[in-house]
Design a protein around this ligand. Structure first.
Ligand code: LR7
Ligand code: MN
Length: 565
């Protein structure tokens, strides 16, 4: 009995000690966060004569508590509102509003409800790499604060800021000073590049100093949301060859409002043959929402997580890519072709400020996107590069794109798969304009007039036009008649409207008014309206029509290339 009592006491004692330790740890934790504030306050008092300190304090005093809280759109009054409008025009971003908004604003949890029930316990950590060139001081710092606030400290190895040789004065001493005072207790490294290197090499410089298990790249105008990093790290831990992209939500450049697509759909990455990144809508079944990672043919490029070792093993970046653009598709193709996978993780969400234009210029005004894409086309796209160079013929054999030896060697060394494999296995939905189609090329009448997209701006609706046939190749006159009977270019299909007009509009894949049948005599028939494609009475530069089928010269069309089937 005595023994039993003694044992019981021992258990109580153990429990007590345990609770004591727990309590002490908690106090220590509190103390740490407290220290942070206290010590930075101490600094403030000590340095109040310092001009940087004065500058910062003045700026901080103008911050409006609660502005933009929960990611609500925010608005300013008076002069600030007018200045904000002007800033929006100049920087494609309301910088005044950003300056007035707390750097540590809290966002609503944007995730699908089902995500909130999932438990992730990754045991690896991340280096967050944020590159910037002349971004707004408060915007960069809000990115940093959101990472600090939303990432559990044991998962955050460090934040690495890479300054791509900005010229903005605020990003020099003031930024240094802010980090040294306000964020002194965090592991934040600031790498300053001596020359402007462009975003690709800037990311590489960040990756070179990173020590964490996983590299997480962010643009310098992002805000992370609740539990954003856990599902990314867990997935890398499960499969180190998986490269992950969060859902990228929109932060409105004019009012900083955080908006989501809703629960019923989200997007993964695709590409156009002209070498641009595109979004592909993924519908959630039954509106329930997906929670597991979804295969993604490409990524937008700015926000992703990758195992650090895998990043280097799989060829990091093409260091000869300059400026902006192209690196996202290069990395996407390379990851898939060389043994990795790219996925969008629906339970990880990060906001990004989408700007209407680049607020910065590029040295020498070079088309770095075109040049970089030409590089990747030569290295990764095999015979399919013909489709990209259809859009950029001047770049095909142009010394401006530089030497490709190292990248081709890399592809050999890693024994990467072909682009055909990628298309068949990763992106089978991708339309290939000259393969497995009834016909492609120019679509001519007998009197040297051709179907023409009339320079339809990408993703816009417009008439299917008639124009003098160009003697030399022109993309605007390149069409395909697909196996599904679509008269199309890329994702744009010819569709009959009002029983008469023919518009170019997004392909829907359900035939109906987008369904065409080509007869041997050159008639292009639209079964939905029982009418035929016609150039009768159509002037140069105007839209073709459908009308009653009657044969004749206006209803006869010839494809440059016809496949016998
Ligand atoms: O010379 C430069 N040096 C830099 O360090 C030019 C830019 N940068 C920095 C810049 O400050 C920013 O932090 O690089 C980052 C990206 O530049 P943005 O924000 O002007 O690019 P973007 O968001 O318009 O473009 C997308 O495509 C780019 C192609 O090179 C990059 O991959 C961007 O990271 C990428 N952004 C995203 O994926 C976010 C989602 C947008 C979409 C679609
Ligand atoms: Mn961006």
């Amino acid at each position: 009995m005595l023994l039993k009592c003694f044992r019981l006491k021992r258990i109580y004692l153990k429990l007590l000690i345990f609770l004591l330790i727990l309590g002490t740890l908690y106090l220590l934790y509190l103390n740490r966060t407290l220290n942070q504030i206290v010590s930075s306050k101490e600094d403030l008092i000590l340095d109040s004569e310092n001009p940087l300190e004065r500058h910062l304090r003045e700026w901080e005093s103008k911050i409006i508590p609660g502005l933009g809280d929960k990611g609500e759109p925010a608005f300013l009054d008076g002069d600030d509102a007018i200045e904000g409008e002007a800033a929006l025009k100049k920087f494609a971003l309301n910088t005044i509003l950003s300056d007035r908004m707390p750097l540590d604003r809290e966002l609503r949890d944007p995730r699908n409800a089902k995500c909130k029930d999932l438990k992730y316990s990754p045991t690896i950590n991340a280096s967050i790499i944020v590159i910037f060139y002349n971004e707004i001081f408060s915007v960069i710092l809000r990115t940093v604060w959101s990472v600090l606030l939303q990432t559990p400290s044991h998962l955050l190895h460090e934040i690495i800021l890479v300054d791509d040789c900005s010229t903005d004065e605020n990003l020099k001493d003031l930024l240094d000073y802010y980090l040294k005072t306000r964020l002194r207790n965090y592991n934040i490294k600031l790498v300053r590049l001596k020359h402007r290197m462009g975003l690709i090499r800037a990311r590489l410089q960040g990756a070179r100093v990173a020590q964490g298990d996983v590299l997480v790249f962010l643009d310098a105008h992002c805000e992370a949301t609740r539990d954003w990093i856990e599902p990314l790290l867990s997935r890398v831990e499960e499969d180190y060859t998986a490269v992950l992209v969060p859902i990228i939500d929109v932060i409105e450049a004019s009012n900083m409002g955080y908006s989501t697509n809703g629960d019923s759909s989200f997007q993964v990455g695709g590409f156009s043959w002209s070498g641009h990144f595109t979004w592909i809508d993924i519908q959630n079944e039954n509106d329930k929402g997906k929670v597991t990672p979804v295969k993604s043919p490409t990524m937008a490029g700015g926000l992703f997580a990758i195992d650090r070792k895998f990043f280097w093993d799989v060829g990091s970046y093409d260091e000869q890519m300059d400026g902006w653009g192209g690196e996202n598709l290069e990395m996407s193709f390379r990851i898939w072709q060389c043994g990795g996978r790219l996925e969008t993780v629906p339970c990880s969400r990060v906001g990004h400020i989408f700007r209407d234009f680049h607020p910065y210029s590029f040295p020498d005004n070079k088309d770095t996107h075109g040049i970089n894409t030409a590089r990747l086309a030569h290295v990764w796209m095999d015979e399919y590069k013909r489709l990209f160079f259809m859009y950029q013929p001047a770049l095909e054999n142009n010394p401006i794109i530089g030497d490709l030896t190292h990248r081709k060697q890399l592809r050999q060394k890693l024994r990467c798969k072909s682009f055909k494999w990628y298309l068949e296995n990763v992106y089978p939905e991708k339309f290939i304009p000259d393969e497995n189609v009834f016909g492609y090329g120019q679509v001519k009448t007998d009197f040297e007039m051709c179907l023409d997209d009339l320079q339809l701006p990408e993703e816009k609706v417009g008439p299917l036009g008639l124009y003098q046939c160009h003697q030399f190749f022109a993309v605007s006159q390149y069409f395909s008649l697909s196996k599904n009977g679509e008269l199309r270019k890329e994702d744009i299909c010819a569709e009959v409207f009002n029983e008469r007009e023919v518009q170019l509009t997004e392909c829907h894949g359900h035939k109906r008014e987008q369904y065409w049948v080509l007869y041997k005599n050159g008639t292009i028939y639209n079964p939905a309206t029982k009418k035929c494609l016609s150039s009768d009475g159509v002037d140069n530069g105007k839209g073709v029509i459908v009308e009653q089928c009657k044969g004749g010269v206006f209803q006869k069309w010839t494809f440059t290339n016809l496949n016998k089937t």
